[in-house]
Design a protein. Structure first.
Ligand code: SF4
Length: 695
């Protein structure tokens, strides 16, 4: 009997939108059930540690509310009234609607819309194969990485940096713009090791005293969108105090003397006025950076959420070049390792049949696109049919009221392939039940470290759930779309992509569980030159020419020539005296995990943190229902008084489902969808709002 219930331990990888992409060990009971999930001890980055929400993943896989059969809407749009149908009927309806849309307006009227609900390449990116084969509208992903990636690449010339495991060998770890305790716990593993083994100092820069900042030796609390000013003041001090490494600057950087001259006026007093951070804290930060050559700057996605985010990321990344920290093991800067993997996804994405004339539509502008904004539609036809996989735009996209208006259109057909009844599934015409990562084969890349990992199918799908790949191939067959990828299995696609990319075979990956793609020290630290043709780090980037591979058009803006505070954020004004950031919660990951009991119990309810001195004149106390508003809409949620924010700053940890708010309006009612320079993005932490006690 005991033999029967003893689980086997299977290797896997976390599929979620988290830079760590942990190597997992999953308890598997028979062919249908998983138990505990643990981090692989022998993976040098995961090092046996994973977050609590994935450790209890069985809650998600075996959740009673999972979607397990195809559904067709029978009530009005958004009524939540659906009836079960067969897979054949569901796929026939979807294919029929796509054909109808194409016949009425051309192929670009169909928009396959997806994102990072799974980061597996087969299941996430296969939708592009259908899009290319059918010439459907293209999808320009902007909602997350663009400003941050562009800002980092602006300096280094490519998206890669010092080995993240080197944090453990640092004398100073600077965690800037990422609440790692909430969003990528493994950063803390390596930072903590440095503190224990080397007495390293930990500096955390963020916009509230979050779980990560609470562990810092030096917390640097700034107003949202003012990182550029802080970075400039730190560099001012380094030049002023003789801590700049001029040998390094002359050899490896483009305009060091111009930078030093430019920074003369950007002193800590100037930065204190902008950031709200005391002069003494800025001086202390600069002293640590100047004294500790092994300084590792771990720069996160917080930068991406401001209108000046690219400039801020670039400014922060410049500090390591001023001190020459790149020369040392345990020194340098890191954001993401995208450039080291050189994956060739032609067969998965059907890039070989892509028509470059087909328009690319901006993911973050979905509200404007669905409500017929001509510029957002790029002068083309309306979108009248959507296929949505791995994302929940009605909850996570900015400018939510406009998004809702778009989805309410009677002439819009929406198919949502999902795991749960999300806000977006609620407004679908057809819902298809989707597998989870342990129910299908896929492979993953750990951009926050350096691994390619396999996540094999471990158990049978729940109910009638089908994988993204199965759905895409079934639709392709009905729509007459042709590409070899439609007849390959996920395992064949993985094997082919690995081989096309020069990373061996699936069999080898399966045997070894992961591939360590870390380049050698000199390459990772740019000792042979940075990514530009002249090998120089750019203090003075040509913004429109930054080699950001995902660019699909440049947003015109007078970006700063040298690191600076770029004053384009949504500043508070008389009518909107607060600035709101919608920071990530610990229990959720975007809108995922908002259904698991332990996450819900931990997060309790949507709240907004407000400084007690701001709350007092408004007669607001912890637990009061308050309304936040701006020209985009109004949201009601509960207040929590919190001293760990600057005056005038509000923090609402997210992303809760819309129904969790008093009026069914989610936090993204307040966020803007205007595109961020230079290559798009969404400014989720950059919102001016008013706050009132609600009735
Ligand atoms: S820390 Fe990130 S990658 Fe690791 S298990 Fe949690 S969500 Fe997944």
């Amino acid at each position: 009997m005991n033999q029967t219930f003893r689980p086997r331990i299977a290797a896997s990888a976390c599929p979620h939108d988290c830079p760590s992409t942990c190597a997992l060990e999953v308890e598997v009971f028979g062919g249908r059930k998983i138990g505990r999930v643990r981090g692989a001890e022998d993976n040098a980055y995961t090092a046996g540690v994973i977050c609590a929400k994935v450790a209890r993943y069985a809650e998600r896989v075996h959740h009673p509310d999972r979607l397990t059969q195809p559904l067709r809407r029978v009530g009005g749009k958004g009524s939540g009234q659906f009836t079960p149908i067969s897979w054949d009927d569901a796929l026939d309806i979807v294919a029929g609607e796509f054909v109808r849309a194409e016949q009425a307006h051309g192929s670009e009227a169909v928009w396959p819309y997806y994102y990072a609900g799974t980061m597996g390449f087969v299941m996430r990116d296969g939708i592009n194969r259908l899009r290319h084969a059918k010439k459907y509208s293209g999808f320009f992903s902007t909602i997350c990485v663009n400003p941050a990636w562009t800002g980092f690449i602006a300096g280094t010339g490519k998206l890669a940096g010092s080995d993240p495991r080197e944090m453990a060998k640092s004398d100073l770890v600077v965690i800037w713009g990422t609440n790692a305790v909430n969003t990528q716990i493994n950063v803390m593993t390596h930072a903590t090791r440095a503190r224990k083994e080397r007495a390293a100092k930990l500096v955390v820069v963020d916009v509230y005293m979050n779980s990560t900042m609470q562990q810092a030796d030096l917390p640097v609390l700034i107003r949202p969108g003012t990182d550029g000013a802080l970075a400039c003041a730190v560099m001012h001090c380094l030049f002023r105090d003789g801590k700049a490494d001029w040998d390094y600057l002359d050899r490896y950087t483009d305009a060091p003397r111009e930078l030093a001259e430019h920074l003369r006026t950007r002193d800590p007093a100037w930065a204190a006025r902008i950031t709200g951070c005391p002069i003494e804290t800025i001086e202390a930060f600069a002293r640590l950076v100047g004294e500790r050559k092994r300084a590792y700057f771990r720069l996160g996605y917080g930068f991406s959420r401001s209108r000046n985010g690219a400039a801020n990321m670039h400014a922060a990344s410049c500090i390591a070049a001023v001190t020459g920290a790149w020369l040392n093991e345990g020194g340098g800067a890191f954001h993401h390792n995208d450039a080291i993997f050189h994956l060739d996804k032609t067969v998965i994405e059907g890039k070989d049949v892509r028509d470059p004339q087909i328009r690319m539509l901006d993911q973050s502008r979905i509200g404007a696109i669905l409500t017929g904004d001509k510029a957002a539609l790029r002068g083309g036809p309306p979108v009248t049919a959507l296929l949505i996989q791995n994302t929940n735009p009605l909850s996570v996209a900015p400018d939510q009221e406009t998004v809702k208006r778009g989805f309410a259109r009677d002439d819009l057909f929406v198919c949502v392939h999902e795991q749960f009844m999300t806000d977006t599934a609620q407004v679908a015409d057809v819902i298809l039940p989707a597998t989870m990562f342990v129910e299908h084969d896929d492979f993953y890349l750990a951009g926050g470290s350096q691994y390619i990992l396999l996540g094999p199918k471990l158990i049978e799908p729940a109910g009638e759930c089908r994988s993204n790949h199965e759905v895409i191939c079934a639709l392709a067959q009905r729509l007459g779309a042709e590409h070899p990828g439609f007849t390959m299995t996920p395992r064949q696609l993985i094997d082919r992509t690995l081989q096309d990319s020069g990373w061996g075979t699936l069999a080898a990956l399966e045997a070894n569980r992961w591939i360590d793609c870390q380049p050698d020290f000199a390459t990772a630290h740019y000792l042979n030159g940075f990514g530009y043709a002249d090998g120089k780090f750019r203090f003075k980037p040509q913004w429109p020419e930054v080699p950001f591979g995902r660019a699909h058009g440049t947003i015109e803006a007078a970006m700063p020539q040298l690191p600076d505070h770029w004053d384009v954020i949504e500043e508070a004004d008389v009518e909107h005296p607060f600035r709101l950031a919608t920071s990530p919660s610990r229990g959720f990951l975007n809108s995922t995990f908002t259904e698991t009991p332990t996450s819900l119990a931990k997060e309790r309810r949507p709240e907004v943190m407000i400084h007690p001195d701001d709350a007092a004149p408004l007669a607001v106390a912890t637990g009061d229902l308050v309304a936040l508003g701006n020209r985009r809409g109004t949201v009601r949620l509960h207040a929590r008084l919190f001293e760990g924010v600057r005056r005038g700053v509000l923090i609402a940890e997210s992303v809760w489902p819309n129904k969790a708010y008093a009026d069914g309006r989610g936090i993204n009612t307040l966020t803007g969808a205007d595109a961020i320079a230079p290559f798009g993005g969404a400014a989720f932490h950059d919102n001016k709002v008013w706050l009132r006690k609600a009735a």
